[in-house]
Structure formats: structure tokens, C-alpha cells
Design a protein around this ligand. Structure first.
Ligand SMILES: Nc1ncnc2c1ncn2[C@@H]1O[C@H](COP(=O)(O)OP(=O)(O)OP(=O)(O)O)[C@@H](O)[C@H]1O
Ligand SMILES: CC(C)(CO)[C@@H](O)C(=O)[O-]
Ligand code: BAL
Length: 283
């Protein structure tokens, strides 16, 4: 496994890996890896070619007062997991390898970044889009893998890749969950035991919403109320930040669910920790 830091090292490893003409996949991460990340690696391996993983805690996507300084990190453990998984290339850039001194460019997406996570974390998606554009341009992967857990991120990434005609095939993989249903997330380590046990409410809410959809429920407000009530009843230590029932491509809120489906997403706050979950309701 090649482990590289500078762009020049990355270029050399890339050339060596692709010498026999195979394709390259990239799994962008912020490290502190778990089964969610490893499922993206396995998806990339399933699709063939060489697999690269980037590990970079991107300062540009953290807002004032967010957890940039305390974001969990364990590079040695991450590298051991990636080696075991059979990854070919790991890029662990420093800030200056991603943003050379004097960097003054940012990728802004309108519309889909102005709601939900984007509304609550101003500048977050410009940070994500900027770093992903740089990662794509430096690594030059044929395919890039993202998790459905960060649903709005997948919508944003697909949008700017399409709008800017970036030559990368974006693939989205399902949410990986703990045994009790909680979506895997690096930030789960912040939870106290009490918060952790109540955090199961998110996946319960997702399942309840899916059941209503299967039973023919098409009233978006009914779904929002269902989630609100469940969180209030089952997670006294948590607070619903939002529940959204939206068009999966535009993220516009819906009144009535069309037969073609909807994205139901939610965030519950436990102390300072925001937990995300979502489901795509499909015909
Ligand atoms: N449970 C999961 N299932 C599937 N994909 C996931 C899961 N958790 C994270 N990912 C994906 O892994 C990629 C890297 O995510 P990241 O490193 O931010 O991990 P994270 O666990 O989402 O961290 P955070 O707690 O900061 O949200 C993203 O595409 C993200 O959607
Ligand atoms: C895609 C990403 C690695 C960009 O920093 C990050 O937003 C994440 O981990 O989901
Ligand atoms: N997985 C999303 C990255 C973030 O919360 O900054």
C-alpha cells in the first residue's frame, strides 16, 4: 500500500499503480475510519481497478465553533484498517498539500446548499465542494464513492460534478449501521452512554417513516409529525434539529409525496453532537 503526503509523491504512486492501464477509484474521507468507510472501499474494489483513499480533515468545511480542533483522529489505526482491506493508495495530505499558500478559489453551489445542513452550517458545502474538486483534480479518479448517510452531500457532489463537467463517476453506497440501527459515524464517539442508547431513535424514526410509505401514507406533514413525536417521546436527551421530506434531487420540501418517492432526512442533536439519518422512499 502506497502512503503518500505530497502531490508529487501521489503522482508517482498513481503512475506506478496505473501502469497496466487499470482504472482508479477514490474514497474521500476525514479519517477515524469505521465500517461505513470500509463499505465504500469494498464497493470500489467490487467495481474493479485500483482503490485510493484520502484522509484529510478539511478545515474549510468546518464553521466557527464547530469541532475542527477536536475531530477524532487516529492515523495509525486508519492505515492498519486500510492495509487489511487491501487498499492500493492512501493520500494523507497536510493543509498546504491541498491548499497551497495563496489559494483563493472556492466552489459555490446555489439552491441545494441553502437548506438543511447548508442552512445550519453556512459555508460547509462550499468547503466540501472545494476540497472534493481539488481531491478529484489531484488524484484524477475514474470513480468516487460517497455514503448515503450524508444525503445532502451526495446531492451537492452530484450537482457540481455535473455542472462543472468533472470527469468522475460519482457512486453512492447505502448507510452502514450499528447492530441497534444507529448509522455509523466518526462523531458517535462523542456520545455519552445515555445519549448513545437514545440515539437509536433516529433509525427507529427512519423505519417508522418507511412503514407509513409502504402502507400508502403520502402526507409529508404526517411523516414530519411522526418523526417529531418519536424523538420527543423516546429521546429526552436529544432535540430534533430538523426533519425534512423533500424532492431527492432539488431538496425542495414536499406537501404530498409523489409516487416517484422522496428523501426523508433528519438531524437530532445530543448536546453538541448532531446525528444524521435519512431514507430514500422509492416506488
Ligand atoms: N454509516 C455510513 N454508511 C455509509 N457511508 C458512510 C457512513 N458514515 C460515513 N460514510 C461516508 O464516508 C465518507 C467519509 O465520511 P466521514 O469521514 O465524514 O465520516 P463520518 O463518519 O460521516 O464522519 P462524521 O461523523 O464527521 O460525519 C462520506 O462519503 C460519508 O458519507
Ligand atoms: C467528502 C469529505 C471527505 C470532504 O471533506 C467529507 O465531507 C466527508 O467525510 O463526508
Ligand atoms: N461526513 C460529513 C462531514 C462533515 O460533517 O463535516
Amino acid at each position: 500500500m502506497h502512503v503518500v503526503t505530497t502531490r508529487a509523491e501521489l503522482d508517482r504512486a498513481r503512475t506506478e499503480l496505473l501502469a497496466d492501464g487499470q482504472e482508479l477509484s477514490l474514497v474521500p474521507t476525514m479519517g477515524y475510519l469505521h465500517e461505513g468507510h470500509l463499505s465504500l472501499v469494498r464497493a470500489a474494489q467490487r467495481d474493479g481497478g485500483a482503490v485510493a483513499v484520502s484522509i484529510f480533515v478539511n478545515p474549510k468545511q468546518f464553521g466557527e465553533g464547530e469541532d475542527l480542533a477536536t475531530y477524532p483522529r487516529d492515523l495509525d489505526r486508519d492505515l492498519a484498517l486500510l492495509r487489511d482491506a487491501g487498499v492500493d493508495l492512501v493520500w494523507t495530505p497536510g493543509d498546504e498539500d491541498v491548499y497551497p499558500p495563496g489559494s483563493a478559489t472556492s466552489v459555490e453551489i446555489h439552491g441545494v446548499t441553502e437548506v438543511l445542513e447548508g442552512e445550519r452550517r453556512p459555508g460547509h458545502f462550499a468547503g466540501v465542494a472545494t476540497v472534493c474538486t481539488i481531491l478529484f483534480n489531484v488524484v484524477r479518479p475514474h470513480r468516487a464513492y460517497f455514503g448515503q448517510k450524508d444525503a445532502q452531500q451526495t446531492v451537492v457532489v452530484r450537482r457540481f460534478v455535473r455542472d462543472l463537467a468533472l470527469p468522475v463517476d460519482v457512486r453512492v453506497e447505502p448507510i452502514v449501521r450499528e447492530a441497534d440501527g444507529l448509522a455509523r459515524s466518526s462523531r458517535n464517539v462523542y456520545l455519552t452512554p445515555e445519549q448513545r442508547s437514545q440515539a437509536v431513535v433516529l433509525s427507529r424514526a427512519v423505519r417508522a417513516v418507511e412503514q407509513v410509505w409502504r402502507d400508502g401514507g403520502r402526507d409529508a406533514d404526517e411523516l414530519r409529525a411522526l418523526v417529531r413525536d418519536l424523538v420527543q417521546r423516546e429521546a429526552p436527551a436529544g432535540e430534533l434539529d430538523y426533519v425534512s421530506v423533500a424532492d431527492p434531487d432539488t431538496l425542495a420540501e414536499l406537501d404530498t409525496l409523489p409516487g416517484t418517492g422522496a428523501l426523508v432526512s433528519m438531524v437530532v442533536r445530543f448536546g453538541r453532537t448532531r446525528l444524521l439519518d435519512n431514507t430514500i422512499l422509492q416506488p
